[in-house]
Design a protein around this ligand. Sequence first.
Ligand SMILES: [Zn+2]
Ligand SMILES: [Zn+2]
Length: 360
Amino acid sequence: MRAARMYGRRDLRVVDLPELGTPPPGWVRLRVDACGICGTDLEVYLNAPESAEPPLAGDRGPLTMGHEAVGVVVEAGDGVDLAVGQRVAVEGHLFCGECFWCRRGDYALCVSLRSTGQGADGGLAEEMLAPARICLPYADSLAADVAALAEPTSVAVRAVRRARLDGAGGKERGATVAVVGGGTIGLLVAQVARLAGAARIAVVEPVPARRALAERLGADLAVAPDQAREALADFSGGVGADVVFEAGGKPAAVRGAVEWTRKGGRTVLLGVTGGVLELELLSFLLSEKELVASLSHTYDVDFPRALRLLETGQVDGRALITDRIELDQVVTHGFDALLAEPAAHLKVLVLPNGTPPAAG
Ligand SMILES: [Zn+2]
Ligand SMILES: [Zn+2]
């Protein structure tokens, strides 16, 4: 079986592995139809230790990357009620189900959380193993490549839930929303926020083609970062946005996101970023803003909702796919291409078994 394995910093190799064999009880073996590459994968690629060691290493040394996988069940372990041949999208979190956070339903906060592609082998491979409970069937009408957008879409679904848009704009008017960062996640947040009742949506994004796409996908305004302060003031009647989502993952953008939030409004952080945010505490207190973090998704609420939004076409996933590549091209046309020309790509999908059959 071929798989893209991370051996260390900027050292991703497509290698032959032994067949995965019969899945353990409660798990399934999938033939992978498609697996997306996302910003988190690039962070790991660039910042991994020099050689494979935890958390980069899987149970058996170097780790198979990929956490945005969809596939077909080819074998089910004992006690699994998914049929062979069932198409599923993999939510990705391997959580214990028993700790304080799991019992609250906050699975991404699990004390022993690992994810497919992060701490455990993932979906950039011809086949993968996954717990059946995080493998969600999707409609025949949904193409597998678009279904692979379920993971990033569920990130957007959770962020919009965390934003509590209902009422954020007051009783009379819907919420005014700004999304900082018009990459895959930002453009999904803009779409999901609209469905959740946002009345007016602005996207802040440096790349002109992405601003055009944001408008095509329904944003009322798309603006470059250097014009954002003035444009957003105008856009919000001078008060600032009710809710600002930070989906760009740049520390400098976080400062802007807090600044562009109106007094009493909410800033939601979901871009993955390192760094330190300096906050002027007195003005933060006097503005009574909320700063909310939103981490990934849950398999039982966010992920199924994301799949339904893609199935019904309420969220346009296809518009975000710029590249479909083979597994052997994952470094040249995937990771390295995204690093060399980030503005030229949005979602890059790897199709490890060739083009999956069209939707039924
Ligand atoms: Zn992702
Ligand atoms: Zn747990």
